[in-house]
Design a protein around this ligand. Structure first.
Ligand SMILES: Cc1cc2nc3c(=O)[nH]c(=O)nc-3n(C[C@H](O)[C@H](O)[C@H](O)COP(=O)(O)OP(=O)(O)OC[C@H]3O[C@@H](n4cnc5c(N)ncnc54)[C@H](O)[C@@H]3O)c2cc1C
Length: 407
C-alpha cells in the first residue's frame, strides 16, 4: 500500500491528524492495533469545557455523561478549595465513544481507518521512514508513506525506531484507577482532587459520571509504594474517600501512564511528526490530554498534507511553531504551574505547607509566576496562607472559596 500520510494510532491525536490530513487532500491511512478504538479505557474521562469551545472541537453528544459545576481540591485532608470558575468547569465523557466518534469523523473526511493493525517494523534510512510493516489479522502488510504521524501514545514505537529520547521515569505519572458504582458521592456534580503526602507529587481523584458512579483514581509520582498498593490505601484509609467508596462496586479498571513532561522539544524527526501523548502534548500539571492531543493532531495532519503538496520535506519544520502558536501559552502556563509545584513539593518546607501551597497553585488561585506571593506563603503560617488566599479570592472576584477544618 502507498499513501501520502500514515498515522499510527487512532486515539484522539491520531484521529485529529487523520481528519485534517484527509480534508486537506492527502491520501491518508490511520492504523491502530486495538480491536475496538478507545478500549480499554485508560482515562479519568474528564474534559475541560474551554478547549473544545475555543478550537471548535465537537464532542459527540452521545459520549457526554454529565457536566461538572467545578472542582473541589483537598490539601492534606484539611483545606478545601471549591473552585467553580470557568477553567474548572468540565464534563465527563465515555472515552471509547468519544474516541470512536473522532475516528468516524476522520473516516468520513476521507481517511482510511484500519483497526487490528499493529505497526511492528520499519525500514529507515537517514531518519526517513521509507516503509513500515503492519501486522493485520495475522498477515503482514507493507505500507510506503511519504509522511508518518506518530500518534502511538506514551510508549511510541516510532519514537523507539527513530531513536528519539524516551520519557524519563520522573516524567511519567502512573495511574491506577477504577470506574466505581453505588458510590456515596460527597460532591455529586464536581470533580474532587486530593493532594497530600500519600500521593507524592501526584494526586487522587473522583470524577463523577452519574449521581452514584465515578472514575476514582490515583496518579502517583515520586513515592516508594507501588501504584496499586497506594491506590488501595487511598480507597480504604483516606478519611474523605473511604466513606464515599465503602459500599461501591468496581465495574471497570481504568489505569495507565500519562506523560507529565510538558511538550517535548523534538516533536519531529526526518519525515515523522509526533503528536499527543507521544509528544507530551497535554496540560502537564494535571495530565489532561484527550482534547489537547486531538487539537495538536489536527495541526499535524494539516501540515503533513501541505508538506506532501509542496514536495519539500523541509517544510515539516514549521510544526513546532504551529503548535506553539495555537497552544504554546497554555502549555507554558501548565508547565510553569507544574515546575513550581515540583519545586515546592521537593523543598524542605513542612509537609502541610508543601501540599497546601501546591494545591493553591494547581487550583490556579494564584498565578505561577507570582514569585513574591509564593515566597511569602513559604514564610507565613498555614492558617495565614488560607486567610490570605481567601482575601485574594474575594479581591479578584474568583468564583471559589477556601475553608479549613482545622481552624
Ligand atoms: C489513567 C489515566 C487517566 C487519564 N485521565 C485523563 C482525563 O481525565 N482527561 C484527559 O483529557 N486525559 C486524561 N488522561 C490522558 C489521556 O488519556 C491521553 O492524554 C490521551 O489519550 C492521549 O491521546 P493520544 O491519541 O495521544 O494517545 P492514546 O489515546 O494513548 O492513543 C494511542 C493509540 O496508538 C495505538 N498504538 C500504539 N502503538 C501502536 C502500534 N505499534 N501500532 C498501531 N497502533 C498503535 C494505541 O492502540 C492507541 O489507540 C489520562 C491518562 C491516564 C493513563
Amino acid at each position: 500500500m502507498k499513501c501520502d500520510v500514515l498515522i499510527v494510532g487512532a486515539g484522539p491525536a491520531g484521529s485529529g491528524a487523520a481528519k485534517a490530513a484527509a480534508e486537506n487532500g492527502a491520501k491518508t491511512i490511520c492504523i491502530d492495533k486495538k480491536l475496538v478504538i478507545g478500549l480499554p479505557v485508560e482515562c479519568g474521562e474528564a474534559v475541560g469545557l474551554g478547549l473544545p469551545k475555543e478550537f471548535g472541537i465537537k464532542i459527540a453528544p452521545e459520549a457526554i455523561c454529565m457536566k461538572h459545576k467545578g472542582t473541589v481540591f483537598w490539601a492534606n485532608q484539611e483545606v478545601k478549595i471549591d473552585n467553580c470558575s470557568p477553567i474548572w468547569k468540565s464534563m465527563s465523557v465515555n472515552r471509547h465513544i468519544m474516541d470512536k466518534s473522532f475516528a468516524i469523523d476522520a473516516a468520513r473526511s476521507g481517511a482510511k481507518v484500519l483497526v487490528n493493525s499493529e505497526l511492528i517494523d520499519s525500514e529507515i534510512e537517514d531518519k526517513i521512514i521509507k516503509s513500515v510493516t503492519v501486522s493485520h489479522k495475522g498477515y503482514e502488510i507493507s505500507i510506503i508513506p511519504k509522511i508518518v504521524i506518530a500518534a502511538d501514545g506514551i510508549n511510541s514505537k516510532i519514537a523507539e525506531m527513530l531513536g528519539r529520547r524516551k520519557f524519563k521515569d520522573i516524567e511519567i505519572g502512573k495511574v491506577a484507577g477504577y470506574e466505581m458504582t453505588n458510590l456515596n458521592l460527597r460532591e455529586k456534580n464536581k470533580i474532587q482532587m486530593f493532594f497530600e503526602e500519600m500521593c507524592g507529587m501526584g494526586y487522587g481523584y473522583i470524577i463523577p459520571k452519574s449521581r452514584d458512579s465515578a472514575n476514582v483514581g490515583f496518579g502517583s509520582l515520586g513515592i516508594k509504594k507501588a501504584p496499586w498498593d497506594a491506590f488501595n490505601d487511598f480507597l480504604e484509609e483516606h478519611p474523605i474517600v473511604a466513606p464515599q467508596v465503602k459500599h461501591a462496586s468496581i465495574i471497570e479498571v481504568k489505569s495507565g501512564e500519562a506523560p507529565i513532561s510538558g511538550p517535548l522539544s523534538d516533536s519531529y524527526l526526518g519525515n515523522a511528526m509526533f503528536v499527543g501523548d507521544a509528544a507530551g502534548q497535554n496540560l502537564s500539571h494535571v495530565g489532561e490530554g484527550a482534547v489537547p492531543s486531538h487539537i495538536c493532531g489536527r495541526i499535524a495532519g494539516k501540515i503533513a498534507a501541505d508538506v506532501v503538496k509542496s514536495k519539500n520535506i523541509q517544510n515539516i519544520s514549521i510544526y513546532p511553531k504551529m503548535i506553539n502558536d495555537a497552544l504554546g501559552p497554555l502549555f507554558n502556563h501548565c508547565d510553569s504551574i507544574r515546575e513550581n509545584i515540583i519545586k515546592i513539593w521537593t523543598s524542605k518546607l513542612p509537609v502541610e505547607k508543601r501540599f497546601l501551597i501546591g494545591t493553591v497553585l494547581v487550583s490556579e488561585l494564584i498565578p505561577p509566576n507570582n514569585k513574591e506571593l509564593l515566597d511569602r506563603f513559604e514564610r507565613i503560617d498555614v492558617s495565614d496562607v488560607v486567610n490570605e488566599t481567601s482575601l485574594l479570592i474575594r479581591k479578584e472576584n474568583i468564583e471559589a472559596n477556601i475553608t479549613s477544618n482545622q481552624f
